[in-house]
Ligand binder design. Structure first.
Ligand code: SAM
Ligand code: SF4
Length: 327
């Protein structure tokens, strides 16, 4: 079993399959992009599948593909099929901007992907273009419909809420997600890396978000289906619309964390915000056996800290941008 120093059991691995992306979201990447990892330094599908197989013997049951944008990695359904064949892995999910789901939703479902979380910060085209620095909304909306048609459900939508950018759209986003049969999750903006978008007053707290939503929705706390979920669930008494709040800044969820991350370069990272990694790629490429990989998992679990203190806005946190860690 994979257990950290604070008796938290790790059963969930978030896997960054690439640090490349077809968007340039203002909160995630600098405008000029990031320095990309050379392809031969990125884990192969075989290497990822092997790490997951060893992880599953230690109790991993759930994986999520992320990035960068996971759908820009060529032949992604092949990786999903390999992970689906791994004993013990009950759930395979993916976080995506949805722009490529039009063509990929069905092949990914056929390969064994269970669900997707889709990033959706706005329903206004010009805003979407400004926030993602690409003309994206039409493709994203097609991708959402493709995900529903393929049965990659229940859908969850993620919006990073930023003051003066999209905080006047929360009601519309929740209504849209409900209409699509999904849950809308509102994420507090986190200052990360060198994106240059980290002024303190960007943050809209979940308390402020719920106040804005109360104009149209009668929200009450709801039972979360997963006790480890970073998102706290609320439901509208009148319509049944479900909203989730990810309060990374104002009220973090570190004490119930059950996750670890694998970066595209093969670093096992105990926490998104902790600049500590155990290098598994070097191990694998030096013919390390499964016991050595298992030891790397245990070492990474041993490094996991009690929790982050981002709400203090200490500037040294998260030296890397979200896109290069794997969000
Ligand atoms: N490209 C995919 C996507 O956008 O869904 C997956 C990777 S992205 C880094 C994963 C999640 O991180 C997205 O939901 C995104 O909105 C969120 N994210 C990125 N930067 C963030 C920040 N500075 N604060 C809060 N959430 C952020
Ligand atoms: Fe790309 Fe996702 Fe980051 Fe946007 S949030 S730049 S889509 S990785």
């Amino acid at each position: 079993m994979l257990c950290d120093r604070f008796n938290r059991v790790i059963s969930y691995l978030r896997i960054s399959v690439t640090d490349r992306c077809n968007f340039r979201c203002v909160y995630c990447m600098p405008a000029h992009g990031i320095e990309l990892t050379p392809r031969d330094e990125v884990l192969s599908f075989e290497e990822i599948a092997r790490i997951v197989r060893v992880g599953s013997t230690l109790g991993l049951t759930k994986v999520r593909l992320t990035g960068g944008e996971p759908t820009v990695r060529r032949d992604l359904p092949q990786l999903v099929a390999m992970l689906r064949a791994t004993p013990g892995i009950a759930e395979i999910a993916m976080t995506t901007n949805a722009a490529r789901l039009d063509e990929l939703a069905q092949p990914l479902k056929d390969a064994g992907l269970n669900r997707v979380n889709i990033s959706l910060d706005t329903l206004q085209s010009e805003r979407a273009a400004r926030l993602s620095r690409r003309d994206t909304l039409t493709k994203v909306l097609c991708g959402i419909d493709a995900a529903i048609a393929a049965g990659l459900t229940p859908l969850k939508f993620n919006a990073v809420v930023m003051r003066g950018q999209n905080d006047d759209e929360l009601c519309d986003l929740l209504a849209f997600a409900h209409e699509k049969g999904g849950e809308m999750r509102f994420i507090e903006y986190m200052p990360m890396g060198t994106v240059g978008f980290d002024e303190r007053d960007r943050l809209v707290t979940t308390v402020q978000m719920r106040e804005a939503l109360s104009q149209r929705f009668d929200l009450v706390p709801a039972q979360s289906l997963d006790p480890h979920d970073a998102s706290r669930a609320w439901v509208c008494r009148r319509s049944g619309a479900r909203a989730g709040f990810i309060s990374s800044m104002s009220d973090h969820f570190c004490e119930t964390c059950n996750r670890m991350r694998l970066t595209a370069q093969g670093g096992l990272r105990p926490c998104l915000h902790q600049d500590a990694e155990v290098d598994v790629r070097t191990l694998l490429r030096a013919d390390g056996d499964d016991a050595a990989i298992a030891k790397a998992f245990l070492e990474a679990a041993g490094l996991k800290w009690a929790g982050h203190h981002m709400s203090d806005f200490i500037p040294l946190y998260s030296l890397k941008e979200m896109v290069s860690i794997g969000g």
